[in-house]
Design a protein around this ligand. Structure first.
Ligand SMILES: [Mg+2]
Length: 384
């Protein structure tokens, strides 16, 4: 079997762009992958087109070796754009391999550990009583773990964000949320890299013990030493890693005990080939995976196969909820995708990923989008 084409599709699906990749072969088998570098899809498209130049004519079954060639062929190895492209291609190659062998992708990764993959959801309402009401709706619908949304930490409508004001308001509402939702709910917050070490420490210290089960990415990740400093100021578990683009970026966070849930994104970290290595490394440190999954059904399917194939798994992110349709899906584009049942994804048993894309329906072109640029009251820039 030989690869005959590697086609990037930066397209609009629902309310966001998705960066899909199709790998075609001379055996008539094709595979789909997705990149997770949201906001820079056209850069990933360029990288995919470059990789296509040396992938066409190659054996798609040699996916581990092709990963090495894509990653190290650059000489200036690594980086999020290149690894986003490698991730999408690697996922598509696994879809091809599964279909060629007549097995689900998790069979290529060591076999099935579980029959369904549990998920966590996220509230969408701003800080306040409606946020707590949504928490109750999630519990009733079968979710045991959920996160208060990053929109729920005090961003004002005019794109102003003042960390200290956010911390005070957020802490108060989270204490109320825990009282209202009881002890069985696993409750977290995503701070989306918005805080400094001191601000994050203040927030965590305002939380009475048992209020929060995890804090996701309170600060940026370039500096593991900063996380080490923060680690000494709080005992709340951290969930870190959605933007990491290699096992080497996970290395200090796993080995130094800085993350307690690995927020690995199979579409960013380097596809299945790299994700399985991070999963094994995390397993050695008794850390569960809690994969990032904010985009399309191809990423969801890939994450379900990953979740099925590892022993150390907590919850997969989903944007499904009882109060609104999932805006990442379009059945015209995805005639076949994995369906959530009772807040969990049953593990599929058909060959490949179990998701199909109607290439003819990829007609809605990419639309320029930039994440909101937030400012503080003094005019200085601060992270979205
Ligand atoms: Mg996050």
């Amino acid at each position: 079997m030989k690869i005959t084409d590697v086609k990037p599709f930066p397209v609009r699906v629902g309310h966001r762009n998705q960066m899909l990749v199709k790998v075609e072969t001379d055996a008539g088998i094709h595979g789909w992958g997705e990149s997770g570098v949201s906001g820079r899809e056209l850069a990933v498209e360029g990288a995919v087109k470059h990789y296509a130049q040396f992938l066409i004519g190659r054996d798609p079954m040699r996916r581990g070796a092709l990963w090495q060639e894509m990653y190290r062929g650059q000489y200036f190895e690594g980086g999020r754009i290149l690894t986003g492209a490698i991730s999408a291609i690697d996922i598509a190659l696994h879809d091809v391999a599964g279909k060629a062998l007549g097995v689900p992708v998790y069979e290529l990764l060591g076999g099935k550990h579980r029959d369904y993959v549990p998920t966590f959801a996220t509230t969408s309402a701003p800080l306040g009583p409606q946020m707590i009401e949504q928490g109750k709706q999630l519990l009733e619908a079968g979710w045991t773990a959920f996160r208060m949304s990053s929109e729920s930490v005090g961003i004002e409508t005019d794109r102003l964000y003042e960390p200290r004001e956010s911390i005070a308001k957020t802490a108060g509402w989270f204490i109320k949320a825990r009282e209202a939702l009881g002890r069985t709910a696993v409750l977290g917050v995503d701070y989306h890299h918005r805080l400094s070490v001191a601000e994050a420490a203040s927030f965590c210290q305002m939380m009475p013990p048992g209020t929060l089960d995890f804090v996701e990415e309170p600060i940026r990740d370039e500096c593991p030493d900063a996380y080490e400093a923060l680690r000494k100021m709080t005992d709340i578990p951290f969930a870190i890693g959605e933007e990491f683009s290699s096992k080497w970026q996970f290395l200090p966070y796993i080995e130094r005990g800085l993350t307690n849930y690995a927020r690995l994104d199979v579409c960013n970290v380097g596809g299945f080939t790299e994700a399985m290595k991070v999963a094994g490394w995390a397993e050695a440190h008794y850390i569960d995976l809690m994969p990032h999954n904010p985009l399309g059904p191809v990423c969801t399917a890939a994450s379900v196969h990953l979740g099925a194939a590892v022993p150390n798994f907590a919850w997969l992110e989903t944007f499904k909820s009882p109060w609104a349709p999932d805006r990442h899906e379009d059945p015209r584009i995805f005639p076949k995708m994995l369906e959530l049942e009772d807040a969990r994804f049953p593990v599929p048993d058909e060959p490949g990923l179990g998701v199909e894309v109607n290439e003819a329906a990829l007609t809605e072109p990419f639309r320029f989008w930039e994440a909101p640029h937030l400012h503080r009251r003094d005019g200085s820039y601060t992270n979205w």
